[in-house]
Every structure is written in structure tokens, then in C-alpha cells.
Write a protein that binds this ligand. Sequence first.
Ligand SMILES: NC(=O)c1ccc[n+]([C@@H]2O[C@H](COP(=O)([O-])OP(=O)(O)OC[C@H]3O[C@@H](n4cnc5c(N)ncnc54)[C@H](O)[C@@H]3O)[C@@H](O)[C@H]2O)c1
Length: 365
Amino acid sequence: MAIRKVGVLGAGTMGSGIAQSAAQNGYSVVMVDTNDAAVGRALDGAAKTWDRGVEKGRLTEKDAEAAKTNLSASASIDDLHDADLVIEAVFEDFDVKATQFRTLSDIARADAILATNTSSFRVDDLAQHVAEPGRFLGMHYFVPANINKLVEVVRGERTEDGTFAAALAFAKATKKEPLACRDSYGFVVNRFFCPCVNEAVRLVDEGHTQERVDAVSRRVFGAPLGALTVMNLSKARIAMNACRTLGRLGAFYEPCAGLIRMGEADAAWDFGDEPPADDAADTVIADRLRGATYLAALELLDEEVAEADGIDLGAFHGLRWETTPCAAMDTLGPDETRRIVDAVAALYGRETPRSTARAGGFLAG
Ligand SMILES: NC(=O)c1ccc[n+]([C@@H]2O[C@H](COP(=O)([O-])OP(=O)(O)OC[C@H]3O[C@@H](n4cnc5c(N)ncnc54)[C@H](O)[C@@H]3O)[C@@H](O)[C@H]2O)c1
């Protein structure tokens, strides 16, 4: 089906960015939020972004005016009755989301596609609260959603082909890079990045300095920011909760003692100067961070949640890593990959996926 009118439910950090990205790419967008202040902030923020775009020569005045005309806001969910696609971005609370999807099922057009931007719930669990699960899926944007190109387009068990294709086409039409994946806890990027952050904290727990761990994580993944710096930005509590969600997949994913301590206190790392190189310590840290990240990536491949290109696309656009997991395993070769991953898997009593074909062939040979 052709998507022309888009509804965004929730106009907070994510909803406002998603709405902006759709409006500036020609879609008519209605944002709905029960909080008037959030709606005001979202409309003002979008107008300011577009005005700045004109000042900096990134946008013509005509395009900025068109984007402003495309974007409207309301306090009533009833105003989503004629949207072709509704993207839900309300609080990360299962009951709140479930209630909204039951209401949306009653008021939305019979052929509308409903999507959730949830970070931690399974699409299939939310699908229980949607009247037509064939027209339901996940569209997981990354902050800032008006700028970051990545969207995980998450296919639930019952998502129909046409729904999935329409969501992928919509993401591309809004100049995003869609990462097609199947429903699974943490989807793709969180599934491998959370273990990376968790392992980084565990290395500090074991006595390595936070500065060294952060610097090595930056170097080993070719990242603009180290894993612990990202944790500061996204907040320790969120990192802890994300690891708790993934903990359903086994002890390897559960937050370590340091992450729980910091998450519960909502503490942040206070970095000093970067330490001088210490080859032995740097190698230990690099191997552990790569091992944790690649183990999760191999599991994603083995479970057929995503393909190697998708995992790398997620790392590149979602985290701005130059050294993406699957390309890196390809470069390392099967023996070195197995050595690094097996060592981490053994620490947590986990098996490295053995089916080399399903694990992308990275362990073959
Ligand atoms: N912040 C991130 O980095 C990030 C990234 C990806 C996905 N997400 C997910 O996106 C969703 C939204 O997160 P956020 O960071 O934008 O939260 P937020 O708190 O900034 O915004 C949520 C908005 O939803 C509104 N809201 C709550 N209940 C509502 C209802 N019944 N009807 C209409 N509006 C309602 C609130 O008033 C608020 O403005 C969550 O599911 C979150 O997990 C967040």
C-alpha cells in the first residue's frame, strides 16, 4: 500500500525526531501526545532545525516551509484515524503501549500499518494487543531520529510480506538505511553492543582503568566514542536495563556487578587522562571486547535474526564503527575469530555457535 499520511504517537525525544524525518521527506505527519508541553517542544524544535538548515544552506526556504506545512500536532489519538502508517513512540512501559495499540486498532484505518519503536519489548508480545498482527511490526529508530540513518525494521512472527516491504520502502523514502531483521530481544544493535558495554564495565571491575578500557574500545572498533563514554551519554540505568532484558538469553548477557552498581545509582564515569600504552593490557582488553561483541554477532547469524551485512550496517550507522563485527571476523579469519570468541564464551559457560553455515561461515575452515 502507498503510505502518504503518517501518525506518530508520542512526541518526546524519539517521536519528535521520527516525525521530523517523515515531514521533511514529503509525508503529511500528525504527532499525538497527551502532554501539551511535549507537543509544543516538538513543533518548536522541528521549526528551529529547519530554519537552521536554511541558514546553513542545507535546505531551501521552500523545502523548510513545505516541511513545516507537513507537520501538525494533536492531543487526541482520534486524529490518527486516517493515517496509513502509525509509529508508536510512547513511554517504554508495556501496559501503556498495549493500551495504545488496542485503542489504535479501533480507530485506525482498516488497512493502516502499525509500528512500534520499542527498544526492549518483543514485537510479538505487543502484537497480542493489535487487532491485525499481519499489519504490525517494529520500526526501531536511533537517537537523534531526525539525523541518524539507521532504522531496524523488525519482522514479527505474523507480520505480512506487504507490511514489511511497505515499512522498508518508507524507511528508504525518508532517506534512512533500513536494517531488516527478525524479532528478538534487543533486535540487532543492542544485542551486540550491550555485551560490549557490559564486558567493558567488567574489565574495570577486574582492575583495568576506565580510561584504558574506553580508549581500547574506541580503537578496536574504530569508533568515535568509547563504550564507556557512550554509556555515560545514554545513561547507566538504561544500559543496565537493556542488559537485564537481554539477560533472558542467558548469563552472558546479564549486567555485571559494576553495571548494576552504576545503573542503580545512575552514576557516570569520570574520566582522567588517557594512560600510556601497555601492549599486554591493551591486548587483553581488545580480545575480551571483541570476543563479547562477536559472540553476540555470531548468535544473531546463527538464529537468523539478521544477515552479516545487516549487522555491519547497524554497527556502522547506529554506532559509527569503522571496524564492523562481521567484516572484522572476515579479516581475522576463522582460527583467530574462534580463539577470541571461544575464550569469552568459556568465561560464561556459553557455546560459540558451531553451525558455521548459519553463523555466516565466519568460523569455517
Ligand atoms: N531515547 C532513545 O534513545 C530511544 C532510542 C530508540 C527507541 N526508544 C524508544 O522510543 C520510545 C519513546 O522513547 P523517548 O526516549 O522518546 O521517550 P520520551 O519520554 O522522551 O517520550 C515519550 C512521550 O510519549 C508521551 N506519551 C506517553 N503516554 C502517551 C499516550 N498514552 N498517548 C500519547 N503520548 C503519550 C509522553 O508524553 C512523552 O512525550 C520508547 O519505547 C523507547 O524505548 C528510545
